[in-house]
Design a protein around this ligand. Sequence first.
Ligand SMILES: Nc1nc2c(c(=O)[nH]1)N[C@H]1C(S)=C(S)[C@@H](COP(=O)(O)OP(=O)(O)OC[C@H]3O[C@@H](n4cnc5c(=O)[nH]c(N)nc54)[C@H](O)[C@@H]3O)O[C@H]1N2
Ligand SMILES: Nc1nc2c(c(=O)[nH]1)N[C@H]1C(S)=C(S)[C@@H](COP(=O)(O)OP(=O)(O)OC[C@H]3O[C@@H](n4cnc5c(=O)[nH]c(N)nc54)[C@H](O)[C@@H]3O)O[C@H]1N2
Ligand SMILES: [Mo]
Length: 767
Amino acid sequence: MTGDTAANKHRTTQQDEQVPTYDHPAGGWGSVQSVARMFGTTGPSPVALKMLAKLNKPRGVMCSSCAWAKPAKPHRFEFCENGAKATLWELDPARADASFFEAHTLSELRSWHDQDLESSGRLTTPLRYDAQSDRYRSVSWDEAFTAIGRELTALPPKQSVFYASGHAGLEASYLYALFARALGHQNLPQSSNMCHETTSVNLATSIGTPVGTCTLEDFDHCDAIFFFGQNTGSNSPRFLHTLKDAVDRGCRIVTFNPVRERGLIEFVDPQDPKQMTIGRSTEISEKYYQVRPGGDVAVLTGLIKCVLDTDAKAPGTVIDFDFINDETDGYDAMLEAVQAATWDEIEAHSGLSRALIEEAAQIYISADKAIAIYGMGLTQHVNGWLNLGMLCNLLFLRGNIGKLGTGISPVRGHSNVQGQRTVGVGEKTKHMPSDKLRALFDIDPPQEDGMNIVHAGEAMLDGRVKAMISLGGNLLRAMPDRERMEQVWRKLNLTVNIATKLNRTHLFPGREGYLLPCLGRTDRDIQASGPQAVTMEDSLSHIYGSIGEADPPGEDVMSETAIVCAMAEASPPDNPKLCWRDWAGNYDLIRDLIEATFPDDFRDFNERMFQPGGFDRGNAARDRDWQTDSGRAQFTTPTTLSALGEVPSEPTTLTLITLRSNDQFNTTIYGFSDRLRGLSGDRKIVLMNRDEIARLGLSEGQKVSLASTIDDGTKRQVDGLTLTAFDLPAGCVAGYYPELNPLVPLALHEKNSQTPAYKGAPVRVIA
Ligand SMILES: Nc1nc2c(c(=O)[nH]1)N[C@H]1C(S)=C(S)[C@@H](COP(=O)(O)OP(=O)(O)OC[C@H]3O[C@@H](n4cnc5c(=O)[nH]c(N)nc54)[C@H](O)[C@@H]3O)O[C@H]1N2
Ligand SMILES: Nc1nc2c(c(=O)[nH]1)N[C@H]1C(S)=C(S)[C@@H](COP(=O)(O)OP(=O)(O)OC[C@H]3O[C@@H](n4cnc5c(=O)[nH]c(N)nc54)[C@H](O)[C@@H]3O)O[C@H]1N2
Ligand SMILES: [Mo]
């Protein structure tokens, strides 16, 4: 490492010089090279260049990678390294057509690497599993829809599950949610069940809205940003521009993360010729604290203690008592619990000294306006509810919510994951207003909540679910307890996967198994009324239209919206108010229905969908309208200092955090370089602090296994991992998602929302 990088200057924990690090900033030439690699030897095609130039711009294509906001005044190139990768992945010239499937049995394909499955190219023809030849075989769309309708009709509605990964636009998603409820179930799990469900459930308890409160404008006015467990450089790189602008005008950024993520340390704007040529970077985090996994509750308890102590010395100068008295509930109980926690306990759980926490608290106290950002580092824990509750507590103390330059901002994952929930893809009755469903369509939706992912997984294990429809995604790879789930998947009566590319989940068909090829967002979508646009919602509750212009991968590929409509038309009930065919022909009609169902969010939807910067559907908490049970912002009383929950712990137990590299999008592996962490070549690795390696009598480079310490009769073990020394706090190991998913038990999840504890699974190393 060079001596005077921002990383060295602002180190708050001693970094081991001998373990892999990437000593360049995020962005910069590294990101340009990484995109160039995706173009391959042939270089970018004209259509790829055209689509990239239109990414995230008004009347352009909304990127299918992350859910970060698309500014009203876009940069010349409003995409990042990963957005480019996602776009090029979709514009892949390779085709997994009928002849590809003739050439390979599913048993053979199951031995392929995930990356090779997707590299077979875009799907071009509807396929039905033929058990006798163990192959997917071409089938007509009509045959497929008739059979799907027949299977769904034969089952009690509640034995079907309709999964959605957060890709599909609001139009297909709304109709999918309507289809389920018309059929008579709301088993509508979504990828957010593995992700920000902790947010949906617990932010609603604290502030009355299931989503974050910030808009881009807030980032122009805040004095401090507190970052917890979100890896901007890899997962939402365009957000780095927002952060850089904030830093340039004097905003101070403080980060808590067990891993020193490059993007949160320094950034070179690849679109700034001066920064690129001079090589000068912007330092993102002024302070970076390597908290222990699950230690954020303790950190937040410490920060709150500091705020209370500072205020006690000059009462009323630090705490916003007007806000607390006028707007909140539960302050006294929170206060008592925080005061009861000792600094010894806080230091032990957080892995940080009192002095470091006090230093961070001073930044919080000196900021007039502060924003809190978080990601999977807070949500994917058993006590994720407490992580979020404590973060809200910290904001409430200084009235840092509901005024310009303040707020809480969960950074969402899939490009339309938040929007799908907004239009009813969710297992709860409240996700789609029953009165509207009755008035608009004469349907009586079920009044009993359906299944989320964990509930659906449990029901599949004990045979209560018989049909699984997936609108995108790779659920078998993304779920916990993969090996147990793979065993029961093939016992289903019906599996339907609507997808752009082949993945591992598709290789576990049920008795009737269909794989249906769909258009991606970059593809031109022409229906009866002409070319169609689709819409999506970002992390900041703004909604955008998106128009694809690339040639579809084949003539026989349907849009997601048209596929949903055709499946619904082939299924009960026969209801003249469900005009599936008309809706498939003209998406404006679907947007009118969305507006009629959710009038507060989607006023003048068709007119506003191309507004530059998206249209804001609003957020009650931002207006200090608290839609909680008490009608007030709710302080949370901490009951423990750890987010890990009651897991078995012995001296050899380590906390496993599963990570994403910057060369993957969830289960899609673009390549084997985790450039921003200085790692490459191999994803079957386990990262561990060098002292910990010595303490356990292991050696670097050794092949080891990881095993779950949760003993419930199921063996959970992953073998053949290379032990790699890495700069991590003591007591934890890290490795890649999805490779390590067999180690996370289905039953280990966030208490209120069942979000799997992918950042806090107890394991031991077997030499
Ligand atoms: N390129 C790319 N972009 C993506 C994705 C992708 O896979 N690739 N996935 C998309 C999706 S679906 C999502 S949900 C988002 C996910 O984006 P993030 O929310 O950033 O999720 P992760 O990368 O899983 O983990 C975030 C960070 O949490 C830290 N962490 C782990 N445990 C703890 C803890 O206990 N406390 C704290 N404070 N930090 C902790 C990890 O070190 C990591 O830096 O990204 C989206 N964008
Ligand atoms: N251990 C561990 N596990 C995790 C996580 C973790 O941090 N650690 N993160 C969790 C999180 S945050 C999430 S969101 C889930 C992700 O879980 P999923 O959303 O189920 O998985 P993805 O990898 O995003 O899905 C990729 C597949 O989607 C399909 N696809 C891509 N684009 C489109 C499209 O436009 N339309 C359609 N119909 N299909 C398309 C392709 O076939 C591709 O193979 O994983 C979760 N699992
Ligand atoms: Mo996610």
